[in-house]
Design a protein around this ligand. Sequence first.
Ligand code: ZN
Length: 509
Amino acid sequence: MKKVGIIIALVSLLLTAGCQEENPTENITNQPVPDYTSMEEEPVLAYEVPVSIPGILVNQIGYITGSTKVAIFHGEELPDVFYVVKAESGKTVYTGTLEEKKTAPNETISYCYGDFSEVTTAGTYYIEAPILGRTYEFKIGENVYGDLFAEACKQYYYNRCGMTLTENYAGENAHNACHTAKAVLQSDTSVSVDVTGGWHQDEKGQKNTLAAAETMSMLLLAYELYPDAFSDDTGIPESGNGIPDILDEIKYEADWLLKMQEQETGAVYEGVSVYAKNGDAASKVANIYVEPPTADAGKAFAMALAKFSYLYQNYDTAYATNCLKAADRAWKYVELNNKDKIMDEWSFAAATELYRASGKLSYHQYVTQYLQSEDYKNQWNETILLGYVTYISTKHRVNKVHCEMIMDLIMTKAENISYTAREAVYLTAGNKQQDNNNQLLLEMMCLSVVNRIISNHEYETVIENHLHYFLGRNETAHNHIENSTGIMKQFEADGKLVLMLSEIMKNGR
Ligand SMILES: [Zn+2]
């Protein structure tokens, strides 16, 4: 705990914030509607190991000029040396030796590591070694991940529902305005509701409120922590309007989310289900149902719109105020109608956002109540981490003890992630093939947060190592991000990818 005092000072300095003393039924088919990009709800990962995978594994895109650059070598028999070769000339520019042999559990083959960080001239290279052959060509440069980051952000634009995307902005993802008809309530089909807009979350065009709120919040967190990674010229219709494109994109979702609130009561619908009409899919006519309100939808709605309000207030005060009012109404509805189950990580995260945005002590009481229960110490997920970050960065008074406990918890977690990654064969926070990319992305969310607070070179390297893993330095040498079912095509995972890449791109590379 002795580090905490220093850490708190850094939080205050860097986040210009807190940790101060407390004071306060029709024809339904499942035929997909065509014409837009798909985003899978669940990860679809192929971990079947091909018959022959390359013996030298690299990040297939490449490495940032000044970064730590490591290739992984594996096989029954390994060479002593490796060569970094300039692709255009075929000239060897660096000769390295293999270091640090590791063996994966239940495997007979060995893994060694070749560090070529000394190669700092921009260009295209490959690595070759006796016995193992050569790698794909990859780049070394200052902005090697720029296109990847831009595409990760732009997935949300490609998935905009209810508006025409022209080729000018969307290229091969261009499509006509879809799902523009009024939807009906699932509980009473005589009532129609306008829930047009927002982002598709899968190939059918489903729109779930919780997934939308969590993804909006993840993108907002990326912007909040690493604003310099985001620009106003990414090639969406709003580019050049003086507002970072990522905020314009999130506002498109906020416009939709506001429609998901029942005007009379403040209750929030769970989501929008889309079913193509039998035989009519080609004309993009679909039956669209609005699912009944739930408490979780209300909390998620409050969390996302309060967060958006806080970060958007300097660009459009009236809109931000409207979002905060809607968030407050959603919260009040949940508070009145779901007393028995109000305290969980969703309400915690919502209360932290509402407190930060409004300063109202009644919200702080919920935060305190949750942190006093200590249940949170056994919880580890995106939602609770979102709540942590907002609580420790609020400018209003906070409970110092709770603030320090949160700091201690996330710092310890970051140390554990870093230690596990150091020991693991692929230098990631998981050591088994079946480890889920989503879990790794959650761990990188934590490191991206902690690295914003204490700026630790080792953590930066661990984050980059996970990107290297996703981009080919893995068991199958597959690209886990850009393939047709990869991270970028998964609605929620892509948000975490944007956060992780924004840390890597934080200096506006
Ligand atoms: Zn649509």
